[in-house]
Design a protein around this ligand. Structure first.
Ligand SMILES: [Zn+2]
Length: 105
C-alpha cells in the first residue's frame, strides 16, 4: 500500500458510489463525543454529499476507507440507521472502495 492517501482518487470513487458531487473534508472535530470509535460524519441531500473525517484519525488508508464506506452507506441508503442492512452495505462498500482504489489505471 502507498505511504500517502490519494484523496482525489477517493473522492472520484465516492462520487461514483453516491451518484452526486461529493466532498471529503478533514477537520479536527471529534466525532466520538468522548467515547466510541466514530471518526467521521456525513451531511447529504439529493444535490451533494459532504463527508467529514477527523484528521487526527485519518492516518491509515484502511481506517479512512472504512470511515468513507460507512458514510457512503448512509448516503446510498438515504438514512442514518445502523442496522443489518446498513452493516451489509458498509462491508460491501468497504470492499468496493478498496478494490477501486488499488486498481491500476
Ligand atoms: Zn453512521
Amino acid at each position: 500500500m502507498d505511504m500517502y492517501i490519494k484523496w482525489k482518487r477517493l473522492t472520484r470513487i465516492l462520487e461514483k458510489i453516491c451518484e452526486r458531487p461529493t466532498f471529503i473534508t478533514l477537520t479536527n472535530h471529534d466525532f466520538s463525543g468522548g467515547h466510541g470509535d466514530a471518526i467521521s460524519a456525513v451531511v447529504f441531500n439529493t444535490e451533494h454529499a459532504e463527508i467529514l473525517i477527523n484528521s487526527h484519525e485519518a492516518k491509515s488508508l484502511t481506517k479512512v476507507i472504512r470511515a468513507l464506506a460507512h458514510e457512503a452507506a448512509h448516503v446510498v441508503l438515504g438514512n442514518a440507521n445502523h442496522n443489518k442492512v446498513f452493516n451489509k452495505k458498509w462491508n460491501s462498500l468497504t470492499n468496493l472502495i478498496e478494490e477501486e482504489y488499488l486498481r491500476k489505471v
